[in-house]
Write a protein that binds this ligand. Structure first.
Ligand code: BGC
Length: 365
């Protein structure tokens, strides 16, 4: 764990999966147009998950401003609506964006946005979620299959320690329109299949916490209150929904280890008091900053900064030059050594009223 953390923060970015490749050209992006602001569009997918508005957006903006004070960011959030995202991308292109940083609502239909952008000589960076079958300039994300494997393994280890190996669990996956959700699900299944029974499984449209809560209600009706020993949830939002459902049904969530992802503040607090078993910490700062570095280079028509280590990920059209970062599992035992040590959350953020005692017990103050 310590080695991983050191890696995470030892450089601005740079955990590499596979071999590094050299990049000589960056696909253009146009000139400054006689001193006018260089426009970079940031298109994020939704706002029900906390990370986008509280972390991705401000961290990306801060890095772009630091690298390019004259750059202007055209920001939009699609609120889970792929059609709206298409219009937002078109508006950004019409507004003179030199680069699109696109975290797609729908990985398949977003290809049309990339085609349109490229026709206008505007390169596209696929941010966090891969856009398949499209001519991308770059992809920046985490090792998402590993995220699913880490979630599945943590749950399996906990069930085994509790004497519950081989028993029934519920699986609440992410949105079928998100390529990451497919990877998380595949990674989790690769660990859990054959080791536990999957009594009920759902793909959650739009990753909505409220829909996850309804899915968990259905699972409890199907399996009975005592018919499952744990819950795989793909992220902290869906975990929050599943935990609310259990509580509403009179089940103590402390008795059903539940996974998550994003190290959201609410999830870290639930983990400390035992309501959620684990989450996955993805350091958004290096992800947003690597993307900002690439976007500014593209906007200026320059090569990518040498400090970035690139690998490739095939998206069906090409081997896309990519920055791939490393996810870290977090349970009560290492909240302090991960998210607190990295400053992702401070003790002050976490240890409010009801959580003060649990913080103290975990050595966080
Ligand atoms: C991201 C997760 C996020 C989820 C829901 C995924 O693509 O990688 O961090 O929780 O989308 O927005």
């Amino acid at each position: 764990m310590r080695a991983k953390r050191a890696l995470l923060w030892s450089a601005a970015v740079a955990i590499v999966v596979g071999a590094a490749v050299a990049v000589t050209s960056c696909g253009g992006g146009g000139s400054t147009g006689g001193g006018a602001a260089l426009k970079i569009a940031l298109l994020l997918p939704e706002s029900k998950t906390a990370r986008y508005e509280t972390q991705d957006k401000p961290l990306f903006e801060a890095k772009v401003k630091a690298l390019c004070p004259d750059c202007q960011i055209l920001y939009s959030n699609a609120n889970q609506d792929a059609t709206q995202q298409q219009s937002q991308a078109e508006a950004a292109l019409a507004n003179g964006a030199k680069v699109l940083v696109l975290d797609p609502v729908d990985f398949a239909s977003a290809g049309a946005i990339v085609t349109k952008a490229n026709a206008a000589k505007v390169p596209v960076i696929s941010y966090d979620r891969l856009i398949t079958n499209a001519d991308l300039a770059y992809y920046v994300s985490f090792d998402n299959e590993k995220v699913g494997k880490l979630q599945g393994q943590a749950l399996l280890d906990k069930l085994t320690a509790d004497g519950n190996a081989g028993k029934t669990i519920v699986m609440i996956n992410g949105a079928p329109t998100d390529n990451n959700a497919k990877l998380f699900k595949a990674g989790a299944h690769s660990v859990l299949d054959g080791k536990v029974k999957i009594g009920a499984e759902y793909d959650t449209p739009d990753w909505s916490p409220d829909k996850a809560q309804t899915e968990m209600d259905q699972a409890i009706t199907k399996l009975g209150k005592d018919g499952f020993v744990g819950v795989y949830c793909a992220n902290d939002g869906t975990a929050g929904g599943a935990i609310a459902s259990m509580t509403g049904a009179g089940i103590d969530p402390k008795t059903r280890p539940t996974t998550g992802q994003d190290a959201e503040l609410a999830a870290i607090q639930r983990i400390l008091v035992g309501e959620q078993f684990m989450t996955i910490y993805k350091a958004i700062k290096p992800e947003a900053e690597a993307t900002a570095m690439l976007a500014v280079a593209l906007a200026k028509g320059e090569s990518p900064p040498a400090s970035l280590t690139l690998t490739t990920v095939n998206n069906g059209t090409k081997d896309v030059n990519s920055v791939i970062l490393d996810p870290v599992p977090v349970t009560k035992d290492n909240v302090k050594a991960t998210v607190v040590a990295d400053g992702f959350w401070t003790a002050k953020d976490i240890c409010t009223g009801a959580y003060a005692a649990a913080c103290k017990a975990a050595g966080i103050q």
